[in-house]
Design a protein around this ligand. Structure first.
Ligand code: ADP
Ligand code: MG
Length: 228
C-alpha cells in the first residue's frame, strides 16, 4: 500500500517561520550558556552542580534543535549530484555504527545512474536522516538495503529496513514538524528530508513491508530533465 505524501504548503511555512524563530532563540541561549558556564566554574556544592549540569544538558538539546533548523535554512544548492558516490559516502559514514549494532548495511545500484538535480550535501542529509531512522527502528541485528535505479526522467533510491515498520496511525503525520514517537527524538528528520526533496522537485513515499519492515522511496529528477 503506497502513501504518497505531499504536504508542501505546511512545510514551506515551517521553513520561513522556524528559521526566524531559531535566530531569536539562539541569542538568549548564548547568554544563558555563558552565565551557566560561569556558575559551573564557581559552584562547589555537589547538589547544586548536579542541578546546573542538568540545565546544561537540556540547553545543549535546545541548541542542537536550533542548529538543525538554521543549517537547513542556510543550505540550498543545486546539483548535479553523483548519486552513486554520495550514497556510498553516506553509507560508509554510518557503517561503523551499523557494525556495532550488528546491522547489515548494503548498497546496490542497477545500471548507470544519471546525475541528480540536488546538491550532494542535501542528498547526504536526506540519506543520513532516513538511514538513522532505519537504524533506530531496528535497534540491534537486522538489515538495511539501499537500492538505486534509474527511471524515465530521473532515479529512485529505495531504503528498506527490517525494523517494525511505521506505526500505522502516525503515517499521515510522518512529515509534520516535531512529530516523533521517540523519547529523545526531535521530529525534524523527516520534515527536513521531505522539504529538501520537494525543493529539488522530487518526491518521497513510505510504505510498510510484509510481514514487517519499512521502505522509504525517494524519487529525484535527473540533472537536465525538463518536466517535473
Ligand atoms: P525522529 O527520528 O526524531 O523521531 P523523524 O522526523 O526522523 O524524527 O521521524 C519521525 C517518526 O517517523 C519517528 O519518530 C518514527 O515514529 C517514524 N519513522 C521514521 N522512520 C522510520 C522507520 N524506518 N521505521 C519505523 N518508523 C519510522
Ligand atoms: Mg529521525
Amino acid at each position: 500500500l503506497w502513501k504518497t505524501l505531499l504536504i508542501s504548503e505546511r512545510i514551506s511555512a515551517l521553513g520561513a517561520l522556524s528559521a526566524g524563530l531559531a535566530h531569536e532563540i539562539n541569542n538568549p541561549l548564548g547568554a544563558i550558556s555563558s552565565h551557566l558556564a560561569y556558575l559551573l566554574s564557581v559552584e562547589d556544592d555537589p547538589e547544586r552542580r548536579e542541578s546546573l549540569l542538568w540545565i546544561e544538558k537540556e540547553i545543549t538539546r535546545i541548541g542542537n534543535l536550533v542548529k538543525t533548523i538554521l543549517s537547513h535554512a542556510r543550505g540550498r544548492t543545486e546539483g548535479p549530484c553523483d548519486v552513486d558516490r554520495t550514497l556510498r559516502d553516506t553509507i560508509g559514514l554510518l557503517s561503523p555504527q551499523a557494525r556495532q549494532k550488528r546491522i547489515a548495511l548494503s548498497y546496490t545500484s542497477t545500471g548507470p545512474l544519471p546525475s541528480a538535480l540536488i546538491s550532494e550535501a542535501e542528498l547526504k542529509q536526506v540519506a543520513l536522516n532516513i538511514l538513522k531512522n532505519a537504524m533506530e527502528s531496528i535497534g540491534e541485528g537486522g538489515s538495511i538495503q539501499v537500492e538505486a535505479r534509474s527511471v524515465d526522467d530521473g532515479l529512485v533510491i529505495a531504503f528498506h529496513d527490517t525494523g517494525p515498520g511505521f506505526p500505522e496511525p502516525s503515517e499521515a503525520h510522518l512529515f509534520d514538524p516535531l512529530f516523533t514517537t521517540k523519547a529523545e527524538g526531535t521530529g525534524l528528520g523527516m520534515t527536513i528530508t521531505h522539504h529538501i526533496i520537494q525543493r529539488a522537485g522530487g518526491r518521497i513515499a513510505v510504505r510498510n513491508r510484509t510481514p514487517s519492515g519499512a521502505t522509504v522511496e525517494v524519487r529525484l529528477r535527473a540533472a537536465g530533465s525538463t518536466h517535473r
